[in-house]
Design a protein around this ligand. Structure first.
Ligand code: HEM
Ligand SMILES: *[C@@H]1O[C@H](CO)[C@@H](O)[C@H](O)[C@H]1NC(C)=O
Ligand SMILES: *[C@@H]1O[C@H](CO)[C@@H](O)[C@H](O)[C@H]1NC(C)=O
Length: 333
């Protein structure tokens, strides 16, 4: 009897350990990263990041959007390796000054300040790439969006590439096929394009990123015929037809620019998408069907967004002994 109980123990232990992992999405598909990576080495990590993002949002609401975008722009260039955070050096031109980022990407100081807090609690332990992935999640949660567990264990890159940033990041004037091709080259798909474009439910764009739609669309001398007329009037007043308005800001999701919800998709259905690349989702039947479903199934958008963020956060990650754990996010050690 006693012998039987003892021999059962390893099996029970195994069952208990497997059960504790059941609640996490995609336990095996993303095996390079680990949900529990810093549980022993930096147990307060998630609290520190959460507080840092909360404090930054209390100071400026828009920073939530900026942090979410920063993670995306990190992942699409050399993978999610914190390369976007690096300043220019003698060896390389950094990504901060690439066309899609210059005078546009924001939130660097927030990540650097959270990193300093994390270094005080757990020196040389947590990568900047992981802090950025966690900050993006907190930004979404604090804006009213979904929570997801962030797989961790990314290491920081040793270099950055301005050229790759110019080539790999999608632009607002690109057709959907080109944008989709860029996502596919990162192991993502058309569904991820639709779902992750939903990030434009928060944040702002400068007028020059869509002004071509307001006055002289493709040389027609007329506005983009796909743009709803009341949105057009509204945008023309925010972005008058002169160069001085180029850096004025317009909300990507005008009904609720600070709330992570599904109204971005509702606007696309009513031809009120801000960027040409946003509205272009309605020009593809697969994409448009998804857009439609998200307008009446907010919960589906939330769970799909969480899943696509985990997927994006896994792009080209450095793990194990690759890369390093930076001491400061702006420079390699
Ligand atoms: C699908 C292709 C995409 C294109 C063409 C695109 C383009 C843009 C552009 C042009 C802006 C305005 C930048 C400025 O005026 O300074 C912007 C802002 C933003 N993008 Fe995207 N984006 C795309 C996908 C994404 C994805 C995948 C995410 C995140 C998962 C994202 C998150 C954001 C956010 C949150 C903002 C607002 C940032 C702020 O207010 O600081 N975008 N995007
Ligand atoms: C607060 O937000 C402003 C922009 O609105 C920014 O310039 C400033 O650096 C922020 N301060 C802190 C402490 O984050
Ligand atoms: C789209 O991709 C094609 C093929 O790579 C390229 O020739 C074209 O210039 C791209 N269009 C834009 C607007 O970037």
């Amino acid at each position: 009897m006693a012998h039987k109980q003892i021999s059962c123990f390893p099996i029970l232990l195994f069952l208990v350990l497997s059960l504790t992992h059941l609640g996490t999405p995609f336990p095996s598909a993303y095996s390079q990263l680990d949900y529990y990576f810093y549980d022993q080495s930096c147990p307060r990590l998630q609290m520190i990041v959460k507080y840092g993002v909360w404090a930054a949002i209390s100071n400026e609401t828009r920073i939530a959007a900026s942090l979410l975008r920063l993670h995306f722009h990190d992942c699409f260039v050399n993978g999610c390796d914190g390369s976007i955070l690096l300043d220019d050096t003698n060896d390389f031109k950094g990504e901060k000054n690439a066309l899609p980022n210059r005078n546009s990407a924001r939130g660097f100081e927030v990540i650097e300040s959270i990193k300093a807090d994390v270094e005080r609690a757990c020196p040389s332990t947590v990568s900047c790439a992981d802090i950025l992935a966690l900050a993006a999640r907190e930004a979404v949660v604090l804006s009213g969006g979904p929570f997801w567990s962030v797989p961790l264990g990314r290491r920081d890159g040793l270099t950055a590439s301005q050229k790759a940033a110019n080539e790999n990041l999608p632009g607002p004037f690109e057709p959907l096929e080109n944008i989709t091709a860029k996502f596919i080259s990162k192991g993502l798909d058309i569904k991820d394009v639709v779902v992750l474009s939903g990030a434009h439910t928060i944040g702002f764009a400068q007028c020059f990123t869509f002004k071509n739609r307001l006055f002289n669309f493709k040389g027609s001398g007329k506005p983009d015929p796909r743009l709803d007329s009341s949105s057009l009037t509204n945008l023309q007043s925010m972005c008058p037809n002169k160069d001085a308005s180029n850096t004025n800001l317009a909300p990507l999701d005008s009904p609720s620019p600070y709330t992570f919800d599904n109204s971005y998709y509702t606007s696309l259905v009513s031809n009120s998408g801000l960027l040409e690349s946003d509205q272009a989702l309605m020009g593809d039947s697969t994409a448009a069907a998804l857009v439609n479903s998200y307008t009446y199934m907010a919960y589906l958008f939330n769970s799909d967004f969480a899943a696509s963020m985990v997927k994006m956060g896994n792009v080209g990650v450095l793990t194990g002994k690759n890369g390093q754990i930076r001491k400061k996010c702006g420079s390699v050690n």
